[in-house]
Write a protein that binds this ligand. Sequence first.
Ligand code: BGC
Length: 391
Amino acid sequence: MKNLKPIVYGMAFLAAAGLTQCKGHEEKPATETTAKMDSVSITKSSFGKTAKGEAIDSYKLKNAKGMEVDVITYGGIITHLLAPDKDGKLADVVTGFNDIAQYEKPNPYFGALIGRYGNRIGKGKFTIDGQSYQLPTNDGPNALHGGPEGFHRVVWTAEEAKGGDVASLKLKYVAKDGEQGYPGNLTVFVTYTLNNANELSVVYEATTDKATIVNLTQHTYFNLTGDFNQTILDHEVVIDANEIVPVDATLIPTGKLEKVDGTAFDFRQAKKVGKDIEAKEDQLIKGKGYDHCWVLNNQGRGVRFAASAYDAKSGRLLEVFTDQPGIQFYTGNFLDGTLPQRNGGTYGHRTGFCLETQHYPDGPNQANFPNTVLKPGETYQTQTQFKFSVK
Ligand code: BGC
């Protein structure tokens, strides 16, 4: 697989922290346990059972500053993320539900790990080495986010790890040859690590026994106000990209890249999400707002700044760093007030945004896009960091 970069920051980050295995998922009792780890902690509790009777666990990673990230073994979903505002007040800045039953109902991938292939594949078809594959189509004529039973709906095994000042959770899932239409048994590891600098890193690794396609990402919806009754339109966003991947009416890339200069898609300088979102531009009309992959600058240079979002009222700043070539900025255009918030009310139109670091949509069918084929003997390794601060 070309375009694979060694894990520079993430592994150094973990090694420097002297991460060692703490407790295996299988060996732990079902009751709540807390492993105190210097200034960070990991707490495990039960998140109930799926309709099929699978036990789901929830892990709370907490750092010395009080920042918390909760992850469940169903879909590797981030269910809560508490980040401080400029007065040090913590608020939950991600969408989430109270129970597993709600996560099992159809929802737009709240907080979930996405795979085997993030975003769309045109007509669900692709070819590797002359062999054609047909995926289930679950988004009009196209395949979206790994299929109806993608990685967002499977149960991952979890292993906690501890280090001096980081708390880490390593999730594992083995997708079978033919699962959701994809070839090859794919072994996937995703490690969430929280440190005391309020950085959450997500490291993805995968290996296969047959040539396949891989594009993993994280689908958390953020609202830095911490108030999901407010839209995200006042957030000031920066995206370090000179181009986007334009799409057709079914949100499949046309194959060309388009300069952001002079368009609503220019976020090279901080701009409020709402400033141009209603502009009468063809791409905005097709996406019903922003729902596009930006072609990140500085490709091939390892982990670098990709994007940021800032809420002036709370002072919360989220910065995203990645080694990936693209970032899907999605402004919650399909949130429609039907899904329940945790504390009453519903998630309305554009009350959350996603910054999904990834390869470009439909990569397997676009000769000019970076390669997304993973072959036996290769290791897929990528990483993304979400850094929270205030200004
Ligand atoms: C896609 C949107 C989709 C959303 C899931 C995003 O990654 O780009 O088109 O609606 O995920 O609901």
